[in-house]
Write a protein that binds this ligand. Structure first.
Ligand SMILES: C[S@@+](CC[C@H](N)C(=O)[O-])C[C@H]1O[C@@H](n2cnc3c(N)ncnc32)[C@H](O)[C@@H]1O
Length: 355
């Protein structure tokens, strides 16, 4: 028996899984509450430390050493790790029961439209992109069911408010467009389960929408989902730093939470590639974690440093701290003549780079 789908999320077999994941979702909310309580406490301890010692904390290891043992901080870390384990285990246990059936559904959708799917199983995936991330076993590229797992896992993270891609759609609906109003071709880089890509097609029904990803499992899942939604999106296996598209062939290029998952040298190459494939006046829109050059990044504080580092270490986010400490605005300016940051309305800073 398969349970009815909740929104557009993968369906489960057991009511128990759904109820358990509801609980897990609630626990993600609890961690936010613990963070709200712990942050001022840690900041106050840090002020006292500076007054007492006459110096700032030197390294993030020292921050963990000084403040990580405060009971609320230690509990917060343990609960966060446990929730991620609960999330992954429940999703995997349930979906694994239907592995053959889920793979068959991906196979059936391969040649279905609207939209297309292109990938090459013999393609050599760069080493940096094969690493496990968010503790998703096999990362984005190894397990053929990774797209299902990613979508089902991130549902809890979005707190139940994204079951019909409402959050992706709300973000996409607010994105700026080129000054001349022309939006004929759009590319999403690092599309994962394809939720932004389908939102882009909904907002711009007359535009040709492309979405690329390094991971075949993600592309196959995203394509199947777009087919089920009846939305014409063209999915292609390609690297964001080497897309294979002709120069000046897009009006908009969008990257949502891709950059913090890239090594900085690759991020630089992605900016160059976006500049190459955008036409003059086209926009590169990057919605991602705050970096050191943004107001949100600057107000991160010692607690933000601790959380970022714990996420890097224990949630397998290997590149995020290099990104958050970087001057991403300067990187964009090396490739685009005009770069602005929108700090309100998206929860994260939206960088708008005009070609
Ligand atoms: C956090 S997910 C992106 C979420 C997605 N943009 C959305 O709207 O929900 C990051 C994705 O980027 C992909 N990725 C990582 N490095 C890449 C690269 N160099 N080129 C293309 N895709 C990449 C991963 O496989 C993964 O699917």
């Amino acid at each position: 028996m398969v349970r009815p789908q909740i929104g557009t999320n993968p369906a489960f077999t057991e009511l128990d899984t759904e109820l358990y994941l509801d609980f897990v979702q609630g626990l993600f909310g609890l961690v936010s509450k613990l963070d709200s309580a712990a942050r001022p406490l840690v900041e106050a301890e840090y002020t006292a430390f500076r007054e007492r010692e006459g110096r700032p904390i030197q390294t993030v290891d020292e921050a963990h050493e000084r403040f990580g043992k405060l009971p609320i901080v230690a509990a917060r870390h343990r609960i966060r790790h446990a929730i991620q384990t609960m999330n992954h285990t429940a999703v995997r246990t349930d979906l694994e029961r239907r592995r053959a059936e889920l793979l068959a559904a991906l196979d059936r959708a391969e040649t279905m439209g609207p939209g297309t799917l292109q990938y090459d199983p013999n393609w050599k995936i760069p080493e940096y992109a094969t690493r496990e991330i968010h503790r998703l076993r096999g990362g984005y590229v190894t397990d053929p069911l990774a797209g299902y797992f990613y979508h089902a896992n991130t549902r809890q993270f979005y707190g139940g408010s994204n079951d019909y891609d409402e959050m992706h759609q709300a973000q996409v609906d607010k994105l700026p467009i080129p000054a001349d109003g022309q939006v004929r071709r759009i590319l999403e880089m690092g599309c994962a389960s394809g939720q932004s890509a389908t939102a882009l097609k909904r907002r711009f029904p007359n535009a040709e929408v492309w979405a690329i990803d390094v991971g075949i499992p993600m592309l196959r899942y995203a394509h199947m989902r777009a087919v089920e939604l009846g939305l014409e999106v063209h999915f292609k296996q390609a690297l964001a730093e080497d897309t294979g598209f002709p120069p000046a062939s897009f009006d908009l290029v969008y990257a949502y939470i891709l950059f913090h998952e890239l090594p900085l040298d690759i991020a630089e190459r992605v900016c160059a590639e976006a500049a190459r494939i955008l036409r003059p006046g086209g926009l590169f829109l990057v919605l991602d974690f705050p970096t050191a050059d943004t107001p949100m990044g600057r107000s991160r504080g010692i607690y933000g440093e601790i959380l970022g580092d714990i996420d890097r270490r224990h949630n397998e986010e290997p590149y995020r701290e290099d990104f958050t400490h970087s001057d991403f605005g300067a990187m964009l300016r090396r490739h685009f003549p005009k770069v602005e940051v929108i700090n309100e309305g998206f929860g994260l800073p939206l960088r708008v780079a005009t070609r």
